[in-house]
Design a protein around this ligand. Structure first.
Ligand SMILES: Cc1ncc(COP(=O)(O)O)c(C=O)c1O
Length: 424
């Protein structure tokens, strides 16, 4: 008999257990603090010897439902929601690394992530070493005793690159390193990175998980599969934490110790909690994740095929298109053999791109992805503006590149609109 619920059923029902009111949606607990039963109960909560709610910077019952739902969708042991995808990345890295440490990562990353890694973390003394994700040897060469993680995007934004996860998992295991995957553009409907060896999964829930473009949110999922006690790289997980009276995370929390540490150390100290209202809205969005993702990919395939035929289009890159450089891995790892993001170049370069973006009427022109509405963006002047020109060229973000986050409208309307906007 089938043990686990399918993704579709989990998405619809989540992990919410109805309370005594019978409310079918999780209540929004707008409370920043929680009444202790007595002084001893309070002390036990603070010692982490009892589980429960203390203060909404640490946890909140509405957000707990979202965390448990996403953990279940990803097949992880626990998850932690926070204010944004950027904050999910920040907390993950500060929990893994300290000054003097390094992380080996891909050259193909969302621009904001690239900037976070090269600006804020450089200031904090944590080095990011960049490598071409198509060349695993480049990653291996940069790993040393101070490396604390390998970091990838499941579907690179905007290049659509899909890594060969099995190879990266083997590399991570060889060096006893956690493999961290930002799966924002894949979502657990298209890909469950933990099944392919990822140890930590990150989401900007702002995007496809929510789907409505209404709120920001971030999620970190702990697979529970990394051996923090024996990797030899994570002393802080294995030595007494004086801020918790000598508690040792690996002993106290076992396989869920990363999720626990991120919450009770990083969230406690830095903040960045998600609003329960946002958690509720993301949970509502997840209810249709499977339907939306299927429609996103179907539409992206049709739009990419159309763009290939337009005489004013210089090139099209879409991982769901046969013959594309990312098609092999997209077919191997993504459920619908493609994702929602595609990029294309317009003959005539920058000026024509500007015209196109101003001429389309249905897509929204914003720096977001994952909305049910189609989105067109010019990354070189927006999302990747802080990345130096030389690096932009090296990672394939040319001035003539338009990124499309293909929505779930009737694709014929979008195609007609693109056709009009691409006319001379
Ligand atoms: C792949 C990816 N990761 C992380 C982020 C950051 O997420 P947020 O905007 O929720 O901070 C983004 C934002 O576009 C993204 O595309």
């Amino acid at each position: 008999m089938k043990k686990e619920l399918s993704i579709e059923t989990l998405a619809v029902h989540g992990t919410y257990k109805r309370d005594e009111t019978g409310a079918t949606n999780p209540p929004i607990y707008l409370s920043n603090a929680y009444q202790f039963q007595n002084a001893e109960h309070a002390a036990n909560l603070f010692d982490l010897s009892t589980a429960g709610y203390i203060y909404s910077r640490l946890n909140n019952p509405t957000s707990s439902v979202l965390e448990e739902t996403v953990a279940a969708l990803e097949g992880g042991i626990a998850a932690l929601a926070c204010a944004s995808g950027q904050f999910a990345e920040f907390m993950t890295i500060v929990t893994l690394a300290k000054p003097g440490d390094n992380v080996v990562t891909s050259t193909l990353l969302y621009g904001g992530t690239h900037t976070l890694f090269t600006s804020q973390f450089a200031r904090l003394g944590i080095e990011f070493r960049f490598a071409n994700p198509a060349n695993i040897e480049e990653f291996e060469k940069q790993i040393d005793d101070k490396t604390k993680a390998i970091y990838l995007e499941a579907v690179a934004n905007p290049q659509g690159f899909v890594p060969d996860f099995e190879k990266f998992a083997a590399l991570a295991n060889k060096y006893k390193l956690p493999l961290v995957v930002d799966s924002t553009c894949a979502t657990p409907y298209l890909l469950r990175p933990i099944e392919h060896g990822a140890h930590i999964v990150i989401h900007s829930a702002t995007k496809f998980l929510a789907g409505h473009g209404a709120v920001l949110g971030g999620i970190v999922v702990d697979s529970g599969k990394f051996d923090w006690a024996n990797s030899g790289r994570f002393e802080e997980f294995n030595t007494p934490d004086e801020s918790y009276h000598g508690l040792v995370f690996t002993k106290h929390f076992g396989p869920a110790c990363f999720a626990a540490k991120i919450r009770v150390s990083a969230m406690r100290d830095i903040g960045g909690a998600i609003s329960p209202f946002n958690s509720f809205l993301i949970q509502q969005g997840i209810g249709t994740l499977h339907l939306r993702m299927k429609a996103h990919v179907e539409n992206a395939k049709q739009l990419a095929a159309y763009l290939k035929t337009n005489k004013n289009v210089a090139w099209v890159k879409y991982n769901g298109l046969e013959g594309d450089e990312n098609y092999t891995n997209a077919s191997k790892y993504l459920k619908e053999k493609g994702a929602s993001l595609l990029t294309f170049g317009i003959k005539g370069g920058y000026e024509k791109c500007k015209k196109f973006i101003e001429k389309v009427t249905l897509p929204i022109h914003v720096v977001n992805i994952g909305d049910i509405k189609t989105i067109v963006t010019h990354p070189a002047s927006t999302t990747h503006r802080q990345v130096p020109d030389k690096e932009l060229e090296a990672i394939g973000i040319s001035g003539d590149l338009i990124r499309v986050s293909v929505g779930i409208e009737n694709i014929n309307d979008i195609i007609a609109d693109f056709e009009r906007a691409l006319e001379d």
